[in-house]
Unconditional design. Structure first.
Length: 834
DNA sequence: GTAGGGTTAG
C-alpha cells in the first residue's frame, strides 16, 4: 500500500501503527492488546481509550464517514478535542499516504476549529503533501504561518527535522526551497542563508524566485554577491529580474558606476538589460539628482531595441518634477502619448505633486480636471498628495476639509493619508487633536502601524509628555508592532528634552549595545542632549565613539558640537570644527553658519559675523529665516535699526517668511530706542501678515511702554488685550507690577498682583521677593508689609533674605512694632537672626 | 513608478 512517492516508514512505532492501520482498513477491529502496545504512555484509566486506540478509531471514522460527516458526530468531535500532538502526528502521517486531501483538511480543521497547536512534524507532513500536490500558494501560506510561529533563528532546528524525518519524502526539494524563500520574505535573512547552505550540502537546487527574493533582501550589502555567485554555480537559470535586482543593489550601495558597468556587461547575454533594469537605473539616477543621466539611459533603451513602458516614463517624469523642470515633465507626458503609452493615474499623480512642489495648487487642480475628462478618477494617492501640500503650507484646516470630501466621495482614508494628518497636527503642537484622530482611525477599522505610532510618540515626547509616550509605546508593543530606531529616537529625545540626561544615556547605551539599532541619528540626539546642558565633554566622547563603531558623523552631529562649543564660549574651537567638517567630506549647512553667526553676535563681533555671509554665498548655501533673524539681531545690537528693517523687507522679497522671533527681535530693538511708534507699526505689520503674536511679543511691548514709554499707555494696552481676551503669561503681569512698584504706585501693583493670582499663575517666593525688594528700596515699608502678609496667607514661607530686607525697611521707617512682629514670625519659621 | 515618521540654529 505504500505509494512510490513515500519513504518507507522505519521507526518501530510507525511500523506498528501501519500494521494496525492495515488491519483496520481490512475492517478488522483492532484488539485492545495491540492498541495498548501502541500507546505512547501506559494507559492509566480503564475507561478512556488508550492513545493508540484513539488514533485507530479516528482513522476508521474518517475513512468511513469523510471529514465533514465525521466531525459532525458528537463522539468523534469529543475524541478529537482530546488528541495530543503525538497522536495527531500519527494520524497525519498515515493520512498523507492514504488520503492526501484529507490530511490537509484534517490539519486545518484541528487548527481553525479546535485551536490545536500543531507540532513541527505535523506541519512538515502537510507541507510535503501540499508540495506533492503542487498547491504552491497554500504551501507558502502554511510555511509563512509556521515561520511566524517559529521566529528568527529557527532554521537549524527546522533543517534538522527535515533532514532526520523527511529526507526521503517526495517533493522534499520543493519544501526546502519554499522554506528558504519564506525565511527571506519574512525578513529572516540569516535563516534563509542557513537553509541555502544546507540545500547545497544535500545537492538541492534553490529556485530562481528564492534566489531573487534573497538577492532583493540583501541588495544593500556585499553578501548580495555571495548569493549571486552561488546562484551561478548552482546552475539555477537566470531571470530578467535578477539583473535588475543587482543593479538596484549596486545603486543602493552608492555604487552607481558599478551598476552602469554591470548593465553594460550583461548586454547581449541571454537576459541582457531589460526594461526593468533600465527603469531601476533611471530611478536611481533621478534619486541621486542626476535627471540628465536618467534621460541618457532613456535614449539608450531605444538603441538597445527596447521600448520604454509606462514605468520608464513615470520614473523620468517624476525625476523632472522633483527637479522642478515642470515644462519638460509635461513634454515627456505628451511624448508618452505619442508613443502609444497612455499616461495612467500614477503619471497624473506625479504631475499633480510637481505642481504642488512649485506651489501651483491651481495647476494641480486643473490637472485633476483633465484627468477626470480622460475618465481617470483621483485615487487615495492623489488626495494624499493634496493633503500633504495643504499641511506643508500650514493650512491644516483645508487638509482636514479634504478628508471630509474624500469620505463624501466614498473613499476610506488609509493609514498613510491619516499619518500625514497626524504628523502635521503634531508638528503644529495640536497633539491632542492628533490623538483624537488616532482614535477615529481605529474606529475606521484601521490598524495603526509603526509609522503612525512613531509620529504620535514623537509628538508626545516633543510636548514633554514622555510618560504618556511610553504608555503608547507599550500599547504598540502589545499590538505586536516592534519599535525601530525612529521610535527609540523619539523616546530618547523625550528624555533629553526633559533634562533627564542620565536616564537618556542609559536608554541610549542599551540601544547602541544591542547593535540592532546602531543609528547615527540616535548619536546625534544624545550628543545634542549633552550640549544643551553644557556637557561638551561627554558630547565629544560620543563623537569619537561614532568612528569607533564604524559609522560616520553627519552635518547634524557637527552642528550640535559647534553649538556646544559656542554655548561654552569656545567660539574659536567651534570655528575649527568648520574646517574639520570640510575635511570629512561634508558640507556645512545654513544651520552651521547660523550657529556660528549667533555666537559672534553674542560676543558683539559683527565683523566675524558678517564675514561668514560671503562664504555662504560662495557655497550657494541659502540664508534661512533664522539666519536672517541672527543678522538682524546683530544689527539691532549695533543700533542699526533702519538696516534691520530693510533686511526684514528683504526677507519677504526673497520668499522667506519672517516669524514671530524675527519680529520680536526688531520690535524689542525699537522699544529700547524709545521709538514706540515704530515698534507698534511692526506689530501691525506682523498682524497684517497673519502672524499670531506670541507671549513674548506682548511682553516686549508692555515692557517697552513701562520702561521706555508712558506707564499709562502700558495700563491701557493691558486692558485692551484683556478686553480682546488675548492670553497673556505671567511675565506680562510681573512686568506691570514691577513698573508700578518702581514708580511707587503700590495700589496698582497690588491690583495687578491680584489679577495675576486670579488668573491661576503660581506665585513663588521669588515673585514676592521682587515686589518687596522694590517697595523697600522706595521706603514703602507698609506696602511691603502688605505683600509679606499676603505671601504668608498663601502659605508661602519667607526666607532669610526677604526678612532682612523687611527688617531694614522697618528700621529705616521707624516701624519698631513691625520689627518685633517680624522677629517673632522669623523665630516661628526657624530663621536664624543675629 | 506616485502619498506617511526621527536629530541641529535665532
Amino acid at each position: 500500500m505504500l505509494s512510490k512517492w513515500r519513504k518507507p516508514l522505519h521507526s518501530p512505532l510507525n511500523l506498528q501503527i501501519l500494521a494496525s492501520v492495515s488491519s483496520f482498513i481490512l475492517s478488522k477491529p483492532p484488539s485492545v492488546s495491540t492498541a495498548a502496545s501502541l500507546a505512547d504512555e501506559p494507559t492509566t484509566s480503564s475507561v478512556a481509550p488508550d492513545s493508540g486506540e484513539t488514533v485507530r478509531v479516528i482513522l476508521s471514522g474518517l475513512r468511513c464517514l469523510g471529514l465533514r460527516r465525521f466531525v459532525n458526530r458528537y463522539y468523534f468531535k469529543n475524541l478529537i478535542s482530546m488528541l495530543n500532538c503525538s497522536q495527531v502526528d500519527q494520524i497525519l502521517e498515515y493520512l498523507s499516504v492514504e488520503n492526501a486531501d484529507s490530511a490537509v483538511d484534517f490539519f486545518h480543521l484541528l487548527r481553525n476549529e479546535f485551536g490545536f497547536r500543531h507540532s513541527r512534524f505535523s506541519k512538515f507532513v502537510v507541507l510535503h503533501v501540499l508540495a506533492r500536490k503542487r498547491q504552491l500558494k497554500e504551501l507558502r501560506l502554511v510555511m509563512d504561518q509556521m515561520l511566524l510561529e517559529e521566529g528568527s533563528g529557527s532554521a537549524p532546528v527546522l533543517c534538522e527535522l527535515l533532514l532526520s524525518g523527511f529526507r526521503r519524502w517526495d517533493s522534499s526539494n520543493v519544501v526546502w526551497d519554499v522554506l528558504a524563500c519564506a525565511y527571506s520574505r519574512s525578513e529572516m535573512v540569516h535563516d534563509a542563508l542557513f537553509v541555502l547552505v544546507k540545500m547545497k550540502d544535500l545537492n538541492l537546487v534553490a529556485s530562481i524566485q528564492t534566489y531573487n527574493n534573497l538577492l532583493y533582501k540583501l541588495r544593500h550589502t556585499n553578501i548580495m554577491w555571495d548569493v549571486y555567485n552561488e546562484k551561478k554555480i548552482s546552475g539555477t537559470p537566470q531571470s530578467e529580474y535578477t539583473t535588475s535586482i543587482i543593479i538596484d543593489g549596486l545603486c543602493r550601495q552608492s555604487r552607481f558606476q558599478d551598476a552602469v558597468l554591470f548593465l553594460r556587461d550583461i548586454e547581449g547575454k541571454e537576459f541582457g538589460p531589460s526594461v526593468v533594469s533600465f527603469n531601476t537605473i533611471m530611478s536611481r539616477s533621478c534619486k541621486l539628482g542626476f535627471v540628465d543621466v536618467a534621460k541618457s539611459f532613456f535614449c539608450l533603451m531605444f538603441k538597445c531595441g527596447l521600448l520604454p513602458d509606462a514605468y520608464s516614463y513615470n520614473i523620468l517624469i517624476n525625476g523632472l518634477c522633483e527637479a522642478e523642470s515642470m515644462e519638460e515633465a509635461l513634454e515627456f507626458t505628451d511624448d508618452m502619448e505619442m508613443h502609444g503609452v497612455e499616461p495612467d493615474i500614477v503619471t497624473y499623480n506625479i504631475l499633480a505633486k510637481g505642481f504642488c512642489l512649485l506651489g501651483f495648487m491651481s495647476g494641480a487642480w486643473k490637472l485633476i480636471q483633465k484627468m477626470l475628462i480622460k475618465g481617470l478618477n483621483p485615487n487615495l494617492v492623489t488626495y494624499t498628495i493634496l493633503i500633504c501640500r495643504y499641511c506643508l503650507v500650514g493650512n491644516i484646516e483645508e487638509a482636514l476639509n479634504l478628508r471630509k470630501e474624500m469620505i463624501s466621495q466614498g473613499f476610506q482614508l488609509n493609514i498613510i493619508s491619516y499619518t500625514v494628518l497626524l504628523s502635521y497636527l503634531c508638528k503644529s503642537g495640536r497633539v491632542d487633536e492628533a490623538l483624537q484622530l488616532f482614535c477615529e482611525m481605529g474606529a475606521d477599522g484601521l490598524q495603526p502601524d509603526i509609522v503612525s505610532y512613531s509620529v504620535l510618540i514623537h509628538g508626545l515626547c516633543k510636548r514633554g509628555d514622555v510618560q504618556q509616550a511610553i504608555q503608547l509605546y507599550s500599547e504598540m508593543c502589545l499590538n505586536g508592532i516592534f519599535p525601530n530606531s525612529v521610535t527609540h529616537g523619539a523616546i530618547l529625545m523625550g528624555f533629553c528634552e526633559k533634562g533627564m540626561i542620565p536616564k537618556a544615556r542609559m536608554y541610549f547605551d542599551s540601544l547602541i549595545n544591542s547593535s540592532l539599532t546602531l543609528d547615527i541619528t540616535l548619536y546625534n540626539i544624545m550628543i545634542d542632549g549633552y550640549v544643551k546642558v553644557g556637557n561638551i565633554g561627554e558630547a565629544v566622547k560620543l563623537y569619537k565613539q561614532i568612528g569607533e563603531k564604524g559609522m560616520s558623523p553627519t552635518i547634524v552631529t557637527f552642528n550640535s558640537l559647534i553649538y556646544g562649543f559656542c554655548k561654552n564660549r569656545k567660539v574659536d574651537e567651534a570655528r575649527k570644527l568648520l574646517n574639520i567638517i570640510k575635511l570629512s567630506g561634508l558640507e556645512p549647512s545654513a544651520v552651521t553658519y547660523t550657529i556660528l553667526m549667533n555666537a559672534y553676535c553674542d560676543e558683539g563681533n559683527m565683523q566675524n559675523l558678517l564675514e561668514l555671509l560671503p562664504e555662504m554665498e560662495a557655497k550657494a548655501i541659502g540664508l534661512t529665516h533664522i539666519t536672517y533673524t541672527v543678522v538682524i539681531k546683530g544689527l539691532c545690537k549695533q543700533r542699526k535699526l533702519q538696516e534691520s528693517w530693510v533686511l526684514l523687507e528683504e526677507m519677504y522679497a526673497k520668499g522667506l517668511t519672517p516669524d514671530q522671533i524675527t519680529y520680536n527681535t526688531v520690535i524689542q530693538a525699537f522699544c529700547k530706542a524709545k521709538d514706540m511708534i515704530k515698534a507698534f507699526q511692526l506689530f501691525d505689520k506682523m498682524l497684517m501678515h497673519n502672524l499670531e503674536p506670541t507671549y513674548a511679543t506682548y511682553n516686549i511691548l508692555i515692557n517697552g511702554l513701562c520702561v521706555y514709554g508712558d506707564l499709562k499707555d502700558a495700563d491701557n494696552l493691558l486692558v485692551s488685550l484683556q478686553d480682546k481676551e488675548i492670553n497673556l503669561n505671567k511675565i506680562a503681569y510681573t512686568t506691570m507690577i514691577k513698573a508700578h512698584c518702581v514708580k511707587g504706585d503700590a495700589n496698582k501693583a497690588v491690583m495687578y498682583f491680584h489679577q495675576m493670582v486670579g488668573k491661576g499663575f503660581e506665585v513663588s517666593i521669588r515673585d514676592y521677593s521682587a515686589v518687596i525688594s522694590r517697595l523697600c528700596k522706595r521706603h514703602l515699608a507698609t506696602e511691603a508689609k502688605y505683600f509679606f502678609c499676603l505671601m504668608l496667607s498663601y502659605g508661602v514661607s519667607p526666607d532669610e533674605k526677604i526678612c532682612k530686607m523687611m527688617l531694614n525697611a522697618f528700621h529705616r521707617c521707624g516701624h519698631l512694632n513691625s520689627v518685633f512682629e517680624l522677629l517673632a514670625e522669623m523665630i516661628k519659621f526657624g530663621l536664624v537672626c543675629d
